[in-house]
Every structure is written in structure tokens, then in C-alpha cells.
Write a protein that binds this ligand. Structure first.
Ligand code: ATP
Length: 492
């Protein structure tokens, strides 16, 4: 699957647009269009429902993006959230030091007098030992020595742009769960283990954003901080280790449940030298994106590092009283951290299929019905007939009280079906002469509409008053075959 195909479908069908496109676009910023916002909201909604609403051990928060600047000192972001960068002295472009080394370069070797070589990526010159010193873009400017560059966006709080007023746009949502730990614990009278979830925007001044919505400078995260008592044991294992594995399983199962195919998912264990110094263990869920295997989400055991850091810098106690052992403990935390935009990209990429139907190409997004931006499209078969059109509008209005439902009569039925397939609409409803009848000829209609299912393209005839109940069943996870078995198939 090619990323360009998704980018073009996204633009053409209103999923994702380049931000500020009429001004030439803003680097790596994207806007979600009418269908994209529905898909994105659906992803966040099912995540919240499955991981917060349905669980007795989870609560949620919605914190502000601007936080006290000391939060970022305590969290380590001010000192460590950096990448080594080199600048071109000529064109002023900036590159990640490790990326500069990843492309081949042309070298006029001083050791071989006038000889010009192409040095392969990652290697120094075999004669003089030099590494790339010139800019990979303009080819003229000298590169500076690597310098650390902080990925946090700076801004000013209040009317005066001075250092004292400086603050940051949050680079992750997680810190708000730590700084609100005691507020949540006390107000909700929670017992360990419990988790706090949040979905919201994060900002990182990424050096090398790109690959569509895979890596952007403004994105959304869905994060959970799950606190456990490090002195507890579950099934004979330390509680933090047990819960870490449980969360890895639960997150993996969640992505599969909403449609990602098993063969496109894998776990990647972080190596010892890759682990953050406070992390006991980190596992990434990787997805086989159009750009290759890359991180979809990370699940880390962050131990008691964050709560201890915030206790130290704020001077406030962030502990839990263990009634059984009569002692205060600092909980360990397991952090499942997912990106909404990356999840959306994965769901779209996995759902995209090109099929051949009766000698014609059909593009279909086999999105899970709960994620699909539009649940039902109502299509009149004859737009010249006012009674058919009126009945179709009425069906749309009735169903739209519960779901995102659209009406479309701007093409012939085959085209209309293809349009809905391409954006993943699981069901179409058509109203035809058979439904309404023909008064002039004295024919009475049967009062049934046709439901067409996206993947099998099967069609059944359902009495109009029964449509809401049928869609309630189907969109709540009911199997098509079960529902279809109760109604006659449509002719044609
Ligand atoms: P990467 O290694 O890809 O930069 P990360 O390990 O820094 O990601 P985390 O800090 O663990 O990412 O953030 C959790 C999740 O947030 C990631 O798994 C990803 O889904 C999402 N995410 C992080 N950075 C970005 C970004 N720049 N654009 C879009 N999503 C992002």
C-alpha cells in the first residue's frame, strides 16, 4: 500500500487536507476534513469507552495544554527532550545529526588530489577518514558541530515577552496525570491499582516531520497512567510487571478488535541501551505502515520516577497510603501511550482495498462500522419522483437522530455505491418504486427499503419502520448474516 494513494484519497474525499493549503501549506500540519473529523472522533470515542467508561479501575481528566514551566523541569523534558542537530552555515537548514549521516554524499578528497568520490551512507571517506562536512541539501555550506535542540515549543504567558513569562506547549499529555495524581486520588477516593486517562493535543517541534500524518508537530495523544502498588504481587509476580503485560495484551487486542490485521502488528521490546534511565521495561506496538514497520504506540513501565520527581520539585507529597501495610508508598506507573493520528493512519491503511467487481475496479475502505465516519447513506433510486425523494429524506432524518447518516442523489446508483464504499460507509439504504408504488398505475408499494452491506454487497428488503432497530443491532456489533437471514433478499 502506497502512502500517496491514501494522501490523495484523504484530500479528494474530505479526510485530511494540507493545513493553510491556499497559502502554500504549513510544514507538516494537516487539517481533518468533514469525514476525517468523524473518523478521528470515533477512534477517540471507542478508546474512551473501552478503556475508561467500561472499566471500574479507570477515570479520565482533561487538562490544560499550558502547564507550570517547572513541570517540564521536573519531568526531564527541559534538559533531555532534545535531538543533536547540525546547521548549514550557507542555507541555514537544520538537520538531525544522525540523519545527515544516513545519505550518500559527494566528497572531494584532500588526500587524493582532485579525486571526487561518492561516499556511501553511514561511512567515512576510505582515504582521508572524513565524514560529511557539507550540507546535504544545498551542497555548498559547511555543517556546524552537533548541538542539542529542544523539541518543546516555547511561548509566553501574558502580555510581556520576557524569560520569566516563558512557558511551553505540552509535548505529551502524560504529565497532567502525574501532577493531578493527588487531586484525582482524593476526590474520587480511589484504591490502587487505578489509572487516569486523557486524550488531547501535544506539540513537538520535530526536526524531521513527514510521512503525512505519521509525524507532525501538532498531534493528538491518548494516554493512560496506570498506578500500581509496587509492594503488591499478582499471580506470583510483582504487580507492576503483571499490569505491564496486561496492558500490552489489552492494547494489542484493541487494535485488532477495530480492524488491524494480525500480520500487520508486532511487539518490539526496547533494548537495555535504548530504555530511558527510569524505565524498567518498554514495549512498542509496531504497525506495518506504508513507510514500513514503525511505532504505533508505546507501553512503558516508568516505575516511581515521575511521582518522585514532581514531589521533589513541588514540595508536595505524592504518595498513597497502603491501609494493609500501614505505610505510605510511591506507586509505580505503567503508561500505555498512543497517537490518535497514527492510529487513524493505520486504520485507514489497513482498511484500504482495491477489488474487482464484475470486471470493474472497486476501492473500498473496510473500516470497522464503529469507526466508519458515515454509518448509513440513504440513496433514492429515482430522483425525479418526489415521493421517493421525500421518503429517502425522511429515513435520513429518522436515522440521523442516532448516527451520522447522509443523503445523496447526485449520480446514478452504481456511482453512489462506489462513493460510499470508498469512504467506508458500512450500509446504504435505497428507496425505489417498489417501496413507494406507482399511484398512477394503481400499484401500491411494499413499504420496504433496500439495505446494502458494504463488504458482501448483499442486499435485503426491510420494512421502513424497522430500519432504526435493524441499524441499532448492526451498528452495535450484530452480524450481518444474522440480520440478513430474517429478511428477503432484494431483487436485481
Ligand atoms: P517516535 O519515536 O515515533 O518519535 P516517541 O517514542 O517519541 O515516538 P512517545 O513519546 O512514546 O513517542 O509518544 C506516544 C505516541 O504518540 C507515539 O507512539 C505516537 O503514536 C504518538 N506520537 C509521538 N510523536 C508524534 C508525532 N510527532 N506525530 C504524531 N504522533 C506522534
Amino acid at each position: 500500500m502506497n502512502m500517496d494513494v491514501l494522501v490523495s484519497l484523504s484530500k479528494r474525499r474530505g479526510f485530511v487536507f494540507q493545513s493553510s493549503e491556499i497559502y502554500g501549506g504549513t510544514g507538516s500540519c494537516w487539517d481533518y476534513g468533514p469525514l476525517g473529523v468523524e473518523l478521528k472522533n470515533n477512534i477517540k470515542r471507542v478508546w474512551w469507552r473501552d478503556f475508561v467508561q467500561a472499566r471500574a479501575d479507570m477515570v479520565g481528566i482533561d487538562a490544560s495544554i499550558l502547564m507550570h514551566p517547572t513541570v517540564w523541569k521536573a519531568s526531564g523534558h527541559l534538559d533531555h527532550f532534545t535531538d543533536p542537530m547540525v546547521d548549514c552555515r550557507e542555507c541555514r537548514r537544520r538537520f538531525r545529526a544522525d540523519h545527515v549521516d544516513a545519505v550518500a554524499w559527494t566528497h572531494y578528497c584532500p588526500a587524493t588530489k582532485g579525486n571526487k568520490f561518492t561516499i556511501p551512507a553511514g561511512e567515512p571517506c576510505g582515504h582521508c577518514g572524513q565524514r560529511r562536512t557539507l550540507c546535504p541539501e544545498c551542497g555548498k555550506g559547511e555543517l556546524t558541530a552537533p548541538r542539542q535542540f529542544n523539541l518543546m515549543f516555547k511561548t509566553f504567558m501574558g502580555p510581556v515577552e520576557e524569560d520569566a513569562a516563558m512557558t511551553y506547549l505540552r509535548p505529551e499529555t502524560a504529565q497532567a496525570m502525574f501532577v493531578n495524581f493527588d487531586n484525582v486520588l482524593q476526590s474520587m477516593r480511589l484504591k490502587l491499582p487505578f489509572g487516569i486517562a486523557q486524550a488531547g493535543r501535544s506539540f513537538r517541534n520535530e526536526i524531521t516531520p513527514g510521512n503525512f500524518i505519521f509525524r507532525t508537530r501538532e498531534f493528538e495523544q491518548m494516554e493512560i497512567e496506570f498506578f500500581v502498588n509496587p509492594n503488591d504481587r499478582v499471580e506470583g509476580r510483582p504487580a507492576d510487571e503483571y499490569w505491564h503485560d496486561r496492558w500490552i495484551e489489552d492494547c494489542m487486542a484493541w487494535f485488532k478488535r477495530y480492524g488491524l490485521r494480525e500480520e500487520n502488528l508486532r511487539l518490539r521490546e526496547h533494548e537495555r541501551d535504548e530504555l530511558a534511565h527510569y524505565a524498567k521495561r518498554t514495549v512498542d506496538i509496531e504497525y506495518n505502515f506504508p513507510i514500513g514497520w514503525s511505532e504505533l504506540m508505546g507501553i512503558a513501565n516508568r516505575t516511581d520516577f515521575d511521582l518522585k520527581q514532581h514531589a521533589k520539585w513541588s514540595g508536595k507529597s505524592l504518595t498513597y497510603f497502603d491501609e494493609e501495610r500501614k505505610e505510605h508508598v510511591v506507586p509505580f506507573v505503567v503508561e500505555p501511550a498512543a497517537g490518535v493520528d497514527r492510529a487513524l493512519l493505520a486504520f485507514m491503511a489497513d482498511a484500504y482495498r482495491e477489488e474487482e467487481v464484475r470486471g470493474e475496479k472497486r476501492v473500498v475502505l473496510r473500516l470497522h462500522p464503529e469507526l466508519a465516519p458515515l454509518k448509513v447513506a440513504v440513496l433514492p433510486l429515482l430522483k425525479k419522483r418526489d415521493d421517493i425523494v421525500r421518503a429517502a429524506h425522511e429515513i435520513r432524518a429518522t436515522l440521523a437522530r442516532q448516527w451520522r447518516v447522509v443523503y445523496d442523489d447526485t449520480a446514478a446508483i452504481g456511482r453512489l455505491y462506489r462513493r460510499q464504499d470508498e469512504v467506508g460507509t458500512p450500509y446504504c439504504v435505497t428507496v425505489d418504486v417498489q417501496t413507494i408504488g406507482d399511484a398512477e398505475r394503481g400499484e401500491r408499494g411494499d413499504g420496504r427499503a433496500t439495505i446494502r452491506e458494504r463488504d458482501s454487497m448483499e442486499q435485503i428488503r426491510v420494512p421502513i419502520p424497522e430500519l432504526p432497530a435493524v441499524f441499532r443491532e448492526l451498528l452495535d456489533g450484530g452480524a450481518w448474516q444474522q440480520v440478513a437471514g430474517r429478511y428477503p433478499p432484494a431483487r436485481g
